[in-house]
Design a protein. Structure first.
Length: 272
């Protein structure tokens, strides 16, 4: 009796183990099926921008803001990296596209110096480039003339040189061909008035210059310059007498006794 019961229990234990093993296999299969049946779909690729372009007004006056529009053919929302190279240095600016359009506004200090600003944009495989020219503004005070020599012979042939470098409000030399007016007044004999003459020259290679010839009267030559609304300090050049010219000398008598007491009178022609 005891042996049979033990055998029965043993057989029951074997059957239970087989049953549990079968249940585990079924559960594993169900779990694998569930996992395999709920795979996440692949993420959709980002939308293509199509062609990319940059639009900007050019030229721009120095010190004014530079505005660049970044436009994609397709109305996408994305971030475009724009590289900016200028006289101020190199920088990368992210530009947000909303429905295919974004805008980059550079600070005024980036455009302080004349020259060219280069833009390069990239979004995926799409690229775009553009350039903006920065040009100088009008001349500003002070417009300081440099003059030399400061002393010339008043014979109408000697000259002094006047040089000026007009600049805009940002310190850039003004545009080529900007006119410069030189106002001058020569010395006059006695108290007669002398009108102010004006000579005009143009800026060439950043410099304006002119030769100023002397008059024929000794005294002070006054010089001043203007360019647009810009003025500068007055400069003075001395016009001095030249070497004496040949003159005739006359005596009132050609026959005097040599007694050490007679006076010999000399006279010249009028000295001018």
């Amino acid at each position: 009796m005891t042996w049979r019961r033990t055998l029965a229990v043993t057989r029951g234990s074997v059957a239970g183990a087989v049953l549990l093993r079968g249940v585990g296999v079924v559960l594993s299969a169900l779990l694998l099926t569930a996992c395999g049946g709920h795979d996440e779909p692949d993420a959709a690729p980002p939308p293509e921008p199509g062609a990319l372009r940059m639009e900007a007004d050019s030229p721009v006056r120095a010190g004014h803001p530079v505005v660049v529009d970044v436009v994609a053919d397709n109305p996408i929302n994305a971030t475009v990296q724009v590289a900016v190279e200028s006289s101020a240095g190199f920088a990368i600016h992210p530009v947000e596209l909303l429905h295919g359009h974004g805008q980059l506004v550079l600070a005024d200090e980036v455009s302080n110096f004349t020259g060219v600003i280069a833009f390069d944009a990239q979004l995926g495989d799409a690229t775009a480039t553009n350039t903006v020219e920065i040009v100088p503004g009008p001349p500003v005070d002070p417009l300081t003339p440099l003059v030399g020599p400061r002393s010339i012979v008043a014979d109408g042939n000697h000259w002094t040189m006047l040089v000026a470098i007009p600049q805009d409000s940002k310190g850039n030399p003004v545009a080529e061909g900007t006119p410069l007016q030189i106002h001058l007044r020569h010395p006059t004999p006695n108290t007669s008035s002398q009108p102010i003459d004006t000579v005009t020259t143009d800026v060439q290679h950043m410099v304006a210059w002119e030769r100023i010839f002397s008059g024929t009267t000794a005294g002070d030559l006054f010089l001043a310059v203007t360019a647009g609304a810009a003025h500068g300090p007055e400069r003075t050049v001395r016009e001095v007498p030249g070497p004496p010219a040949a003159i005739a000398v006359y005596v009132d008598s050609s026959d005097l006794p040599a007694d050490g007491r007679q006076l010999l009178t000399l006279a010249t022609e009028p000295l001018v």
